[in-house]
Design a protein around this ligand. Structure first.
Ligand code: COA
Length: 161
């Protein structure tokens, strides 16, 4: 095993819940790629470059973490990069069904690649990118729920700049 793991997501935007998983994953795996999916079916609010910038800024100084993006299938990206592990965070039971489907489909597509789940920390269980955007849209306080760089970007976005 080369110790390389991938933490994929749409990260639209990155939240403190994601950051918590990244910090914990990097304690387990020698190298971690945070991979932004660019072809998500969710019609992202932020462009690929904006999402990457927010992640770069939020993870500044964190060693052994690489930030990248991919189009197409996650397992193809993993093969291309030589990673054998995919990391996903699990919040509540409601995440399970979707994650279960994705993990099985990915294993069918690439039997040598394993998905490892990490439980989201208690203080982040209720966070989602969607709720964060909604709260910020109505000028609610999202500090602590997202990294500072994301909070600033959300404020600028809502002011139309
Ligand atoms: N703490 C807080 N929130 C979390 C979290 C955590 N630890 N982990 C996930 N979330 C939230 C996110 O905020 C997001 O909220 P939203 O639904 O309101 O946007 C949601 O959970 C999921 O976001 P994310 O973790 O970014 O993952 P995703 O489900 O958007 O990403 C991909 C899915 C990108 C991994 C998947 O679509 C993919 O692999 N795409 C590539 C194409 C492919 O291979 N398809 C076949 C898959 S079988």
């Amino acid at each position: 095993m080369n110790g390389l793991a991938i933490y994929p997501g749409s990260f639209d935007p990155l939240t403190s819940g994601h950051v918590d998983i990244i910090h914990r994953a990097v304690e387990i795996f020698p190298r971690l790629i945070v991979a932004v999916a660019t072809n998500v079916r969710k019609h992202p609010t932020f462009s690929e470059e904006e999402r990457l910038d927010m992640i770069r800024e939020s993870l500044k100084g964190l060693e052994r973490v690489e930030i990248d993006s991919f189009t197409g299938l996650l397992v193809d990206f993993a093969k291309e990069r030589g990673a054998k592990v995919l990391v996903r965070g699990l919040r509540a039971l409601s995440d399970f069904e979707n994650e279960f489907q994705m993990a099985h489909m990915n294993r069918r597509l690439a039997p040598g690649i394993e998905t490892i789940f990490m439980m989201t920390s208690q203080e982040h269980f209720y966070i989602s990118s969607q709720t964060v955007k909604e709260v910020a849209h109505f000028d609610g306080d999202v500090s602590g729920v997202v990294p500072d760089a994301v909070r600033k970007k959300l404020t600028a976005y809502n002011k139309g700049s």
